[in-house]
Ligand binder design. Structure first.
Ligand SMILES: *Cc1c(COP(=O)(O)O)cnc(C)c1O
Length: 498
């Protein structure tokens, strides 16, 4: 069963939690209890495919879906037409202790595909199961990658309309083009004059607007969420942590039961939280290393226990992590606090009202033996891309470079030789300007067309061009709406003809 982090909703089954997306009165759905896997079951995964591990994990959490439904969505989602590698998420070793988990082989070149290829199919089943028969409207706030991955995942899914809001000027040109050229009879894309947090806050307000929800209901429509606040986004992300562990075991890099480190370039705290759930289920983890860019609100809260969003917002060269309000941190606090909904309600109310909160020492101590956090500046990010390419021939995108840079700092400080998995969250060609600047060592070329740079980078590195990015600049622009951040609600009403 699933419960609210704020104790303000009845217990529900997983299909209902996925259909609703978030708790209507505020709060996020979490499993009432996290099921544990025994050691033998984890060891068995070393001989299994990505799809088999996916089936195991999804069946545990989504037990109101039939076995046939899960097998069907897994085989349709994690297959070679959607992912350009038979391993789905290949694990690449770059030195004796460092392994890169490439989560970007899906149709849009970012790790969001790992969940968004499957979540729309789960939602389709969930809508049928809960028998609501309504048209589902999905407003999505994106820092760049969720938008395209959601557009791709929900394209032409019957019974669903999707409306993506992205920060105008706050995403890379490749990300922008991927979104504004998105095809499908049920997709809408809107640029918002504001940053990601503005988009996310406005979308959350749509969900909480009871009058608007009533109008939707009168038209036989209902909101749901494709952001990582939806449990249907998080649960597929648990899979690849077990998968990565299984690959290391299979290659003989670790013994059964040996602990690993997990490094995650973090924004909304969804990806790393999925790793934490894997750990709660029994995955042997020594440290989780939460890597931030200059918007280091998470580094600060993990170190000090003070979550403070009252700070300058930076546009960095790892834009998908330019976030000051990490929604999924709420789920994390709920888990480390023994499910104390009152505390969570108080803290998030204070965050909303005053822009900060401070957890008690007891709460902070609970995570400090397991979670490490640090950040990388834009300069360090570029230097990391260059150094790694020169040393190993491996090309990092800026987000993954933030992860590796923070990990290297941790390693220099501790000498911890634990085998380490670093989540690679995007294909490097999604962020051509930054990668080119890193390798060429100058900003000269910032005004150059990003697709010329892509070709140049390809010549310099020989790194294959992801199919999602080929000919992107030749596609027709289908969405050109730009709105003020105060206009989201009106925009939604206009699109839905309410
Ligand atoms: C979304 C995203 C992140 C941040 O992931 P969270 O789950 O929001 O922490 C990091 N890197 C890239 C490339 C992303 O698209």
């Amino acid at each position: 069963m699933y419960i609210s982090t704020r104790g303000n909703y009845a217990k529900i089954r997983s299909a209902e939690a996925i259909r609703l997306g978030m708790v209507p009165e505020g709060g996020l759905f979490v499993p009432e209890a996290v099921p544990a896997l025994d050691r033998a079951e984890i060891n068995r995964m070393a001989g299994q495919s990505y799809q088999q591990i996916a089936q195991t994990i999804l069946k545990i959490f989504l037990d109101d879906f039939t076995s046939e439904e899960i097998d069907d969505v897994v085989s349709k989602s994690y297959q070679i037409n959607n992912f350009d590698h038979p391993d789905i998420a290949p694990l690449v070793q770059i030195d004796s202790r460092t392994f890169i988990l490439e989560l970007w082989h899906g149709p849009t070149g970012a790790f969001k595909d790992m969940a968004l290829q499957i979540m729309p199919r789960l939602l389709s089943h969930a809508v049928q199961k809960t028998g609501a028969g309504q048209e589902i409207i999905i407003p999505v706030a994106t820092s760049g990658d969720t938008g395209k991955a959601a557009l791709e995942g929900f394209r032409d899914v019957p019974g669903v309309k999707i409306i993506v809001f992205f920060p105008f000027g706050g995403v890379s040109r490749v990300q922008e083009l991927q979104m504004i050229t998105a095809a499908g009879n049920n997709v809408h894309v809107v640029a918002v004059k504001g940053n990601f947090d503005d988009c996310q806050t406005a979308v959350k307000e749509l969900f909480a607007d009871s009058r608007l929800n009533q109008v939707l209901a009168e038209h036989n429509m209902a909101f749901s969420s494709a952001n990582s606040i939806n449990w249907g986004r998080l649960v597929p992300q648990i899979i690849y942590y077990f998968w990565a562990y299984a690959q290391m075991q299979k290659k003989g890099e670790i013994l059964p039961g040996e602990k690993i480190n997990v490094v995650v370039p973090t924004g909304n705290f969804g990806n790393i939280l999925a790793g934490f759930y894997a750990h709660l289920m029994g995955l042997p983890v020594h440290k989780f290393i939460c890597a931030s860019n200059e918007n280091k609100v998470l580094t600060d809260v993990i170190r000090t226990g003070i979550y403070d969003r009252r700070r300058e917002f930076f546009k960095t060269n790892s834009p998908s992590m330019d976030i000051l309000i990490s929604s999924n941190f709420e789920r994390f606090l709920f888990e480390v606090n023994g499910h104390d909904g009152d505390k969570i309600t108080k803290w998030f109310h204070q965050l909303h009202q005053e822009g900060y909160f401070q957890v008690d020492d007891h709460t902070k101590e609970k995570w400090q033996s397991l979670f490490i956090s640090d950040y990388a500046t834009g300069k360090e990010t570029l230097a990391q891309i260059k150094e790694t390419f020169e040393k190993t021939g491996y090309l990092l995108d800026p987000h993954t470079a933030v992860g590796l840079n923070v990990y290297e700092k941790y390693y220099r400080k501790t000498g911890d030789n634990t085998k380490t998995v670093i989540d690679a969250t995007a294909n490097p060609y999604k962020f051509n300007h930054a990668v080119w600047e890193a390798l060429a060592g100058s900003r000269h070329g910032q005004d150059k067309d990003e697709f010329l740079i892509l070709d140049e980078l390809h010549r310099m590195t020989g790194f294959p061009i992801h199919r999602a990015l080929k000919d992107l600049n030749k596609r027709m622009i289908l969405h050109d709406t730009i709105v003020e951040k105060e206009e989201l609600k009106e925009t939604v009403k206009r699109i839905l003809a309410l």
